[in-house]
Design a protein. Structure first.
Length: 208
């Protein structure tokens, strides 16, 4: 099932069902993609408008970046579903594998690290989406300030949700150096994202 090309109701139905995937990680990617879509909408209502001619180039560049992130996050939605399926299948195979215990431990660690990759990518992409909100609230069409604010709220929510999945995956890893490295990176994303979201929502909220 490729959810990136399926109707939204199909994803929602499967998310609600008693299925191993999609789950929270895929939902986080979808929310991040929606945040990027909102940013793109604001850009599209600004670019080409004579009143914002002075920022035309900047807005066009922001639109390009926003669209790339929207597509990337939709791809990560599917990657999360596929990644969980691969992890589950790999763990199941180990139960009947002829590998030694140490080899099984190494394979289990490898699967865990692979599972950690997608939610961290969702965090990175969502952080970039959030970063776009800042120049948009300053230079975008002011009639769409509320959409910039919603984009910021969604982007932070996506990042926080992805962070939950990063933590869950790290809990199964026994590589302390790897866990420390990934956690530091993830926490840095979260700290900066919360700062930007507060700035964006504070500014937008003061205008209405």
């Amino acid at each position: 099932m490729n959810y990136s090309v399926e109707p939204l109701h199909r994803f929602s139905d499967d998310l609600a069902a008693r299925l191993p995937a999609p789950g929270g990680g895929a939902a986080a990617a979808l929310v991040g993609s929606l945040a990027a879509a909102l940013n793109s909408m604001v850009c599209n209502f600004t670019a080409g408008n004579e009143r914002y001619k002075a920022v035309e180039l900047q807005i066009s560049e922001l639109l390009k970046s926003s669209e790339e992130l929207r597509v990337e996050l939709l791809g990560l939605l599917q990657a999360d579903v596929d990644g969980y399926s691969a992890y589950s299948a790999g763990i199941k195979e180990l139960k009947t594998s002829p590998l030694t215990d140490s080899e099984k431990d190494a394979r289990r660690e490898e699967l865990t690290k692979q599972a950690s990759a997608t939610p961290l990518k969702v965090m990175r992409a969502s952080a970039k989406v959030l970063a776009i909100c800042k120049p948009l609230y300053a230079n975008g069409n002011p009639l769409l300030l509320s959409d910039v604010e919603v984009a910021a709220v969604f982007a932070l929510a996506a990042l926080k949700a992805a962070f939950v999945n990063v933590r869950i995956n790290l809990a199964y890893s026994k590589d302390e150096a790897f866990k420390s490295l990934i956690r530091r990176e993830a926490e840095a994303f979260l700290f900066e994202a919360e700062r930007i979201e507060k700035d964006v929502t504070g500014y937008c909220g003061s205008k209405y």
